[in-house]
Ligand binder design. Structure first.
Ligand code: ATP
Ligand code: MG
Ligand code: MG
Length: 575
């Protein structure tokens, strides 16, 4: 495997390790987490975050947690939890460390988060606001103007505490009250202008059921979840940079203790060292969209056939298309991690796939656009076997056998009645080698009443077979693939291409559906090398000259595989 792409996070971790910032009894120095919200399917952008977080943990002998950020009950569900778990596993990562499963849910912390909120109220760091959402939004101010303090900001802590408890007990409808952190309404950072940390939502939660009718906000939940899990480096995307002061504020408040007027000492929930948030650039990839909202639209409007449609940039879609976990990991290594946004060309992902599959994928022959080739002098009943390496660079992997006979299927584009200059394949009078078989000389073609070629005729040279001494006497420039018409089997093959034909489908606020590539899926019936009939779901092959293909994991049945083209052999998009 290639050396890990060094990045600024590695430099930070190595500094911390040298200083011993996170050296704690019985704990690794590096603990990261991947924190998806279970409100959709993971996509290639998430894969970048997964490979980064799990990869850093692996490389520094640490651990990485899978944590569901499930604080938004109306948008989340178990289906999404399950697919996310599957996708992370499939990508090759595990959240197990020393026999402990670090699969966590923010909802596991609801009780703790609640107690901490009560503490913040008592310590004077939070208050219940009775303003409406509209009033709160209208008084936030702007970048050039400070916000206005809520008239409820200085209500006594005891009153806020009472209201907060009654919020929890279900005494108020959605939106009636919120709990806000009391920070600074004049802060140049809007996120510090008394952000809301709890809201009322009478909603069923996929894990906690009806137990709660108040839910903590992401910005409040996230730092606390990180601290409770002893996360060291909390890595998120750039848009959270402005949220970092609040992340640090929450952790600092929960680390302090406060002596109340009645002498009680409260607080001290957390101890140093505290997790630290770092931001990296999210993945933007050409010919693709990453927003969950838009991906949902594609599924719901039937533009694609589901979340795992092979054209989708979702992990389940990439898997169904034929991408390997290793190719996605390789891609993530190659693109590295930057501190400012940029675009990655989809060709980089496809190149990673080719580089991963080339040494792995056994070779096979498929005729996708068939034309009959008749070898007129081939004995009628001779079943003659040809042999080809499973992989040209690894002879030790052995050979595959397939018959040649009088009638073959070849590609329509391998014959030209009137050849253009430089065309070395079949045309009347020309010789080519039938790959792994004999040299043939084209004699003529049959045509229908419209002049369309219906069959090509040739004669063969019995002493020219590949691998026999006589073959050296034949020097030909063209080399074409074929399958025996009688022995080949027909299979459905889906030729997939990029979902969008524009590199920036949603540029300039345009409707991304206008950029859809109408040729992103074609379904054909192809003639395949006989041995492919036993292909199992998810077996991958290189169909010589055509590209990489996989037996579809959903639609293949025993003895009847259906193939998806994963990618062509070469980039045809000029990327
Ligand atoms: P969306 O905004 O489309 O709903 P999200 O970022 O909110 O996506 P989450 O489930 O919260 O989705 O994401 C989990 C993690 O994956 C987060 O840490 C987020 O930073 C990261 N992530 C999401 N999209 C990308 C991306 N395009 N590139 C890199 N990381 C990403
Ligand atoms: Mg989101
Ligand atoms: Mg998110």
């Amino acid at each position: 495997s290639e050396p890990s792409n060094s990045n600024f996070l590695r430099a930070i971790i190595e500094q911390d390790n040298k200083k011993g910032t996170y050296r704690r009894q019985g704990m690794p120095d590096v603990i990261t987490r991947f924190p998806p919200e279970p409100n959709g399917y993971l996509h290639i952008g998430h894969a970048k975050s997964i490979c980064l977080n799990f990869g850093l943990a692996r490389d520094y002998s640490g651990r990485c947690h899978l944590r569901f950020d499930d604080t938004n009950p109306t948008r989340e569900n178990q289906e999404f939890v399950d697919t996310i778990i599957d996708s992370v596993k499939w990508l090759g990562f595990s959240w197990e460390h020393n026999d402990t499963d670090y699969l966590n849910y923010a909802s596991d912390y609801f009780d703790t988060l609640y107690l901490m909120a009560e503490y913040l109220i008592e310590a004077g760091h939070a208050y219940v606001d009775s303003q409406t959402a509209e009033e709160i939004a209208a008084t936030r101010g702007s970048f050039s103007e400070p916000g206005k303090k809520s008239p409820y900001r200085d209500r006594p802590a005891a009153e806020s505490l009472d209201l907060f408890r009654r919020m929890k007990n279900g005494e108020f409808p959605d939106g009636a009250l919120v709990l806000r952190a009391k920070i600074d309404m004049a802060s140049p950072n809007m996120n510090m202008r008394d952000p809301v940390i709890y809201r009322i939502r009478h909603a069923h939660h996929h894990r906690t059921g009806e137990r709660w009718c108040i839910y903590p906000m992401y910005d409040y939940t996230h730092p606390i979840s990180d601290a409770l899990e002893n996360i060291t480096h909390s890595i998120c995307t750039l848009e959270f940079q402005d949220h970092r002061p609040f992340y640090d504020w929450v952790l600092a408040r929960l680390t302090e203790t406060v002596t109340l007027p009645d002498g009680r000492i409260i607080g001290g929930f957390l101890a140093r060292p505290l997790p630290h948030q770092y931001e990296f650039a999210r993945l933007n990839m050409t010919y693709s969209i990453m927003s969950k909202r838009r991906l949902i639209q594609l599924v719901e409007e039937g533009v694609v056939e589901g979340w795992d449609d092979p054209r989708m940039p979702t992990i389940v879609g990439l898997r169904r298309r034929g991408y390997t976990p290793e190719s996605i990991q390789l891609f993530c290594e190659r693109i590295g991690v930057a501190k400012s946004d940029g675009w990655i060309d989809m060709a980089t992902l496809e190149a990673s796939l080719r580089d991963d599959l080339d040494p792995k994928a056994p070779r096979a022959v498929a005729v996708l656009n068939p034309l009959k080739l008749v070898i007129d002098n081939f004995p009628e009943n001779l079943k003659d076997m040809c042999s080809a390496p499973l992989h040209p660079h690894y002879p030790e992997r052995g050979e595959r056998q397939f018959p040649i006979s009088k009638e073959l299927w070849i590609e329509r584009e391998d014959f030209m009645e009137d050849p253009v200059k430089g065309y070395f394949r079949l045309f009347p009078g020309n010789r080519v080698r039938l790959r792994y078989g004999y040299v043939v000389e084209c004699t003529h073609a049959d045509t229908d009443e419209n002049g369309n070629v219906t069959a090509v005729h040739c004669t063969y040279f019995p002493d020219s077979k590949s691998g026999t001494p006589g073959s050296a006497n034949y020097k030909v420039k063209g080399n074409i693939h074929w399958v025996s018409a009688h022995h080949a089997f027909q299979a459905e093959v889906r030729l997939f291409d990029r979902l969008f034909s524009d590199p920036h489908p949603d540029a300039g606020g345009r409707d991304f559906r206008e950029a859809l590539n109408p040729n992103a899926k074609a379904v054909i019936t192809a003639y395949l090398e006989p041995g492919l009939v036993t292909a199992l779901p998810e077996d991958r092959f290189q169909f010589e000259r055509h590209g990489y293909f996989i037996a579809d994991r959903e639609d293949s049945t025993p003895g009847k595989p259906v193939f998806n083209r994963i990618v062509t052999l070469r980039d045809s998009w000029g990327g």
